[in-house]
Design a protein around this ligand. Structure first.
Ligand SMILES: *Cc1c(COP(=O)(O)O)cnc(C)c1O
Ligand code: SF4
Length: 515
């Protein structure tokens, strides 16, 4: 018998002298008999949990209930015999269950608030459908316009008068948006506009898509895009030896109010000629270090299917290009774009070498049954679907919103990949930025509390992507590492690899026998 079980039995062995009512004594005796007769651990655990509770809370001990020490010991031993891994009653009841309870307490606030504070578009679907009906009527869209990408683009909202027909805006806000859109592009698909919840002053979808006065009023000087000194060839941006991006278009179905590529997006949609792509492809063909090519924009899915198929086939014809990434927000802003033809193109390229679709979802609200279906379909045809969120004030800048985002997208077949700090290069976005300490707290708080593969990496874009995670290594001394657990702050001492062994390759494994 282990010491944890001994502790439980010793506690129960102290005579307490309570007076149980006969019906209670009967109930306990029945519980005992069932636990003895059965072949399950759970009735044994529950029986002992009940005994402990009665002794602590009502001063009724096993003796008072007519149970002998011997009976209890035999039953405790039975637990260990039944369990495949020989787990003892004390280990399970006295140790493991309280540990699970402590872990549960860490997520209690999240569980209580997540659906109120950060509802997903799936949870809001009834209201989204009401918005949809209102917007369709306001824009004169037909039932066939709505589910078609062309219909969505034809009815796109790109001026404030149209926007005001679709969503209720205070007069002051209309004047403000009018002023800002003289300088900055606004565009929403009717679908994306239907995700804006009426009555929410700073709705997170509204904040992402409708520019506010800060964009022109913020002080500061815009730094030229990093790309201007990192563009070794037409349409190409390159920071790294083996990865580069092709800015394949400047178009997006929706323009984000925090767009990192604002300079590239410009004021007008542009269609690039074949010679621009040919120069980018020639550069890649001539540089055999490049193995990973990101097709970005703008939005890669803004390219027509034919065009995308051609570009992927060109890349697949280059031997040293092993993997391709497509950067797109369209499954979030206009999921009807994801048609069978597009899926076939993605799959055909994935057959030739891994394709990863990299999207941007910033709130759980952006995951609706429609976008979740689009992501599920894409995930069936490509190697991975990953998310790069941007940490934005009022949108996803607390634990509850970010945890909910990460869990919701994971359930929608999308893997959290990066969380970016909002760009410092554009004063337009200064009001949307979130301090490092807040970002670190949000990301670190996920460790140990949600699935490891729902935890993104926290990144600053500073001429390349630089991790912003907190270090959990407190110190290293005499080969011992002191670690801090992100979820409890508790320290753990963890031995490093033995330096007397590592590095001495002359006696490593089969080397001892080498001639
Ligand atoms: C983001 C980006 C990459 C890709 O970075 P990963 O860390 O590999 O995701 C590569 N090149 C440029 C220019 C980029 O902006
Ligand atoms: S989808 Fe990307 S490129 Fe397009 S506006 Fe948003 S952040 Fe900018």
């Amino acid at each position: 018998m282990d010491m944890f079980t001994r502790e439980i039995l010793d506690e129960l062995a102290v005579p307490v002298g309570g007076k149980p009512e006969p019906v209670l004594a009967k109930e306990i005796r029945l519980g005992f008999e069932q636990a003895v007769a059965g072949n399950k651990t759970r009735p044994i655990l529950e029986f002992f949990a009940r005994l402990t509770e009665l002794s602590r809370e009502r001063g009724i001990g096993p003796q008072d209930l007519g149970l002998t020490k011997d009976e209890l010991e035999k039953l405790a031993a039975k637990h260990e015999e039944i369990d495949e891994h020989g787990v003892t009653l004390g280990g399970r009841l006295g140790q493991a269950r309280p540990i699970v309870q402590t872990a549960n307490d860490r997520v209690a606030e999240y569980i209580a608030k997540k659906d109120q504070e950060a509802p997903s578009g799936i949870q809001l679907w009834e209201r989204v459908l009401e918005n949809q009906a209102r917007i369709m009527a306001a824009l004169g869209m037909s039932k066939t316009d709505w589910p078609s990408y062309e219909g969505q683009l034809r009815h796109r909202i790109d001026d404030v008068a149209t926007l005001a027909k679709c969503i209720e805006l205070p007069a002051g806000a209309i004047a403000e948006v009018t002023r800002v859109t003289k300088n900055y592009r606004m565009r929403l698909t009717p679908y994306y506009a239907s995700l804006i919840m009426p009555g929410e002053v700073n709705d997170p979808v509204l904040l992402q898509s409708v520019p506010t006065a800060e964009m022109v009023d913020n002080q500061g000087v815009e730094l030229p895009p990093v790309a201007s000194d990192h563009s070794p060839a037409r349409l190409v941006d390159q920071f790294y030896p083996r990865v580069l991006t092709i800015k394949a278009t400047n178009m997006c179905a929706m323009y984000c109010t925090h767009c990192l590529r604002i300079a590239h997006i410009g004021k007008h949609d542009q269609v690039y000629g074949k010679e621009a792509y040919s120069e980018a492809l020639e550069y890649i063909r001539g540089n055999d270090l490049i193995r990973d090519v990101l097709i970005t924009g703008g939005d890669a899915f803004a390219l027509p299917n034919k065009h995308l198929a051609w570009l992927l086939a060109e890349l697949d014809s280059i031997d040293h290009v092993k993997v391709k990434r497509l950067g797109t927000r369209i499954p979030v802003t206009a999921p009807m774009r994801v048609d069978e033809e597009l899926l076939d193109i993605l799959e055909a390229s994935d057959e030739r070498g891994p394709v990863r679709v990299v999207t941007q979802i910033n709130t759980a609200q952006e995951i609706t049954p429609t976008s979740a279906t689009a992501f599920r379909k894409i995930s069936r045809r490509v190697t991975a679907v990953m998310n790069q969120a941007v940490l934005l004030r009022g949108i996803n800048d607390n634990r509850i919103k970010m945890w909910k985002l990460c869990e919701t997208i994971q359930e929608a077949h999308v893997r959290p990949y990066y969380v970016f700090n909002c760009s410092y290069r554009n004063p337009q976005y200064a009001h949307m930025r979130v301090p490092l300490s807040v970002g670190q707290d949000i990301i670190e708080s996920m460790y140990g509390n949600i699935s490891g593969d729902a935890i993104p990496r926290y990144i600053a874009t500073a001429g390349g992507k630089v991790p912003l995670h907190r270090s959990n290594v407190v110190k290293v001394e005499n080969g011992m590492i002191t670690l801090k657990k992100p979820w409890s702050g508790e320290e753990a001492v963890y031995p490093d690899a033995d330096s007397k062994l590592y590095g001495h390759d002359e006696d490593f494994a089969f080397m001892r026998h080498a001639g």
